[in-house]
Design a protein around this ligand. Structure first.
Ligand code: SF4
Length: 202
């Protein structure tokens, strides 16, 4: 993977990409980028959790809406608040070297916010999320990202035990809707992409 090629392709697509050798530089950049008085919605993301970015933003004064931080009965409300935040923070299940983001959701709260709900988007991802092309990015989202997520979320799906996707029709399926983002959409004002030279998330 040639990172310069990825950055060039993302720029051509209209995204605003930045590359960092380590998480400290990346976190400093993000904390400078997002205004301290902004509300920030957060999608379910192991990368964001590993970086503790939601906690860092909350501690320094941002209002953070993250369904993973609240009890189940408050989740619907937090989904709505995250969807109408000033910023939305997410990783991605995969990014093709050509500049396509692939995300698969069970509830679709994240892909709704990433495609329409929020004007300022920030993707944060480790270099392990980058796939050579769109086809392999879709395959990554299904076969590398989704099974460990199903297991982590205690879902009753075949992949949670086998570690492989079989395109299930389970009631617990976490793959109900797929978003492929080729460009920022018309509603979006800024779509930043922070790539860190580390393995992060699934
Ligand atoms: S088995 Fe079902 S839940 Fe698991 S990755 Fe495949 S479609 Fe998604």
């Amino acid at each position: 993977m040639q990172i310069q090629k990825v950055l060039t392709n993302l720029t051509k697509r209209g995204f605003k990409p930045f590359y960092f050798e380590d998480r400290k530089e990346a976190l400093d950049f993000v904390l400078n980028l997002i205004p301290q008085n902004a509300s920030v919605g957060v999608g379910g993301s192991m990368t964001i959790k590993q970086l503790e970015l939601d906690n860092l933003l909350a501690k320094r004064g941002n209002t953070v809406y993250s369904h993973s931080l609240v009890s189940p009965e408050l989740r619907d409300k937090v989904y709505q608040l995250a969807y109408s935040s000033d910023w939305y923070l997410s990783s991605t299940n995969a990014l093709s070297e050509e500049g396509d983001f692939v995300n698969i959701d069970g509830t679709a709260n994240r892909i709704s916010a990433l495609s329409f709900g929020v004007k300022n988007i920030l993707y944060v991802l480790g270099n392990n999320k980058i796939s050579p092309d769109l086809e392999s990015a879709i395959d990554r989202a299904r076969n590398i990202a989704a099974p460990p997520n199903a297991k982590r979320l205690n879902k009753n799906t075949p992949c949670a035990t086998s570690g492989q996707c079989c395109m299930c029709d389970s009631e617990d399926c976490i793959c109900n809707a797929t978003l492929i983002s080729h460009h920022p959409t018309r509603y979006q004002e800024n779509v930043y992409v922070v790539i860190i030279n580390e393995t992060l998330g699934y």
